[in-house]
Structure formats: C-alpha cells, structure tokens
Design a protein around this ligand. Structure first.
Ligand SMILES: Nc1ncnc2c1ncn2[C@@H]1O[C@H](COP(=O)(O)OP(=O)(O)OP(=O)(O)O)[C@@H](O)[C@H]1O
Length: 228
C-alpha cells in the first residue's frame, strides 16, 4: 500500500534528509516510524502526502507512482490519506460535528451522506454524544479523538499520524493506539511517527527506525521488496 524505492530527499545540496530508503507496508499493516529529532520522520510522511517530492527514487501509494503524478491529481490522492497531528488542528469556532465534516465538504457529498459519515466516524471514536459541543469543551484525549474521526471520515485506505499521543498520558495514549489497531484490522494501513519508545515497545509492531536519514531498522530489503 505504501512503498518507498531507494528514496532520497535533499532539501539543499549539502544536507540529505533521507538516504536511499526502502520499505513496503501492506494493506492493513500497522507500523511505527521512529528516530531522533531531525532523523527524517516528518520528511518521510510529507513524501507520502505529496507535500514534498523525492530528489531520487520512487514513492508509491496504492500502486500509484507519486513522482510522476500531475499537480492537479494531488488533491485526489490526498483524499485517500488520513492524517492525524499531535496538536490535532481543530477549529475552535465550530462544533465537533463540523470539524469532522470538513474533509467531506470538498468531496461534494450530500448533507444526508455527510450526516451519516460524520456520525459513523464519531461513533467509532466514542464521541457520538458530543457532536454539538465545541472542541474547547473537550479534554485533550477527546480532542485527539475528534482529530482521528476527521482523519478517517473519508474512509481513507492509509492513515498517517505524526506524534499523535505527544500530549497525552499513558492511559489515553493506549486508547488512541487501540483505535489505530481497530482501523488496521479493517484493512487501513497505519503509519505512526512517534518518539515514545515505551509505547512502541508495548505495541510490539514493526518499527521503521531512521538515523540521520537512513532507515536502520524495519525496512524491507531491496531484494525482498522485488521478489529476488
Ligand atoms: N523544508 C525544509 N528545508 C530545509 N531543510 C529541512 C526542511 N524540512 C526538514 N529539513 C531538515 O531535514 C532534516 C529532517 O527533518 P525532519 O523534520 O524530517 O525530521 P524529524 O525526524 O521529523 O524531526 P522531529 O522529530 O524533530 O520532528 C532535518 O535536518 C531538518 O532540518
């Protein structure tokens, strides 16, 4: 579902953010992405979201080569990728319902369909009863779950999360991880960037580890990726 083939990203001539990164995540796989600050985690996620383009190598999502994708198709591919941020980026002048509905408005869905999808997403994260509230009235963990509902309301096949539990205590972090696990069980490919080694160890999942832009663990060897 997500494939990196020999991907290198250089922002300027003397600084390489990612160096020949190879990995392949299957449909329904849940994996972590870790590494020191500046190791290249955000860069790797940005390449999947087509917010950046690789300097060399190839990124594929759902079998589609992103490198050669024309600019006008980028919004279309982004609709297939849900993103959860640490600071959840909710709008505090709108209700929980309206925050979750945002990605659906750009797809031109009918009000009926929007209502159904938003309530299904809120139900999944356990917040159906809070749809009319303002996110400001919710706890940090609940706000993060609104952000997750918004990320999955389009039913994307890929879910990316950048430090999704950064501000949460261990118990709430475990709840969020349980949600991500449930999404992966229904076929969503989930990639979670995190510094939280305790949490990563508790989960016991595949972990892609970056060190100064090199994938030093969890990658797919080049030969294996190509059936050699
Ligand atoms: N837009 C940019 N222009 C120039 N250099 C950049 C840019 N974005 C990132 N970098 C550099 O690329 C390297 C990797 O950064 P990146 O943000 O991907 O790391 P990270 O692992 O996500 O770090 P953190 O955990 O601190 O968020 C860093 O040295 C950073 O300074």
């Amino acid at each position: 579902m997500i494939e990196f083939r020999q991907v290198t990203k250089r922002y300027d001539s003397d600084h390489t953010a990612l160096r020949q990164v190879n990995f392949h995540l299957n449909r329904g796989e849940l994996a972590f992405l870790t590494g020191h600050s500046g190791a290249g985690k955000s860069t790797l996620l940005k390449l999947i979201m087509v917010m950046e383009r690789p300097t060399a190598g190839e990124v594929l999502v759902g079998g589609q080569r992103l490198n050669s994708m024309p600019r006008r198709q980028i919004p279309y591919i982004r609709r297939h990728i849900g993103v959860v941020f640490q600071n959840h980026q909710l709008l505090f002048d709108r209700t929980v319902f309206d925050n979750v509905a945002m990605p659906l408005h750009v797809t031109g869905a009918s009000p009926d369909a929007i209502g159904r999808r938003v309530r299904a997403a809120l139900d999944k994260v356990g917040l159906l009863s809070k749809e009319k509230m303002n996110p400001m009235q919710l706890s940090g963990g609940e706000q993060q779950r609104v952000g997750i509902a918004r990320a999955v309301v389009n039913k994307p096949p890929v879910l990316l999360a950048d430090e999704p539990t950064g501000n949460l205590d261990p118990e709430l972090s475990a709840d969020i991880m349980q949600l991500f696990t449930q999404f992966s069980q229904v076929g969503v490919t989930v990639l979670i960037a995190s510094h939280d080694i305790g949490l990563i160890n508790d989960m016991g999942r595949r972990t892609l580890t970056l060190d100064h832009g090199e994938l030093v663990a969890g990658g797919t060897p080049w030969g294996e990726q190509h059936g050699l």
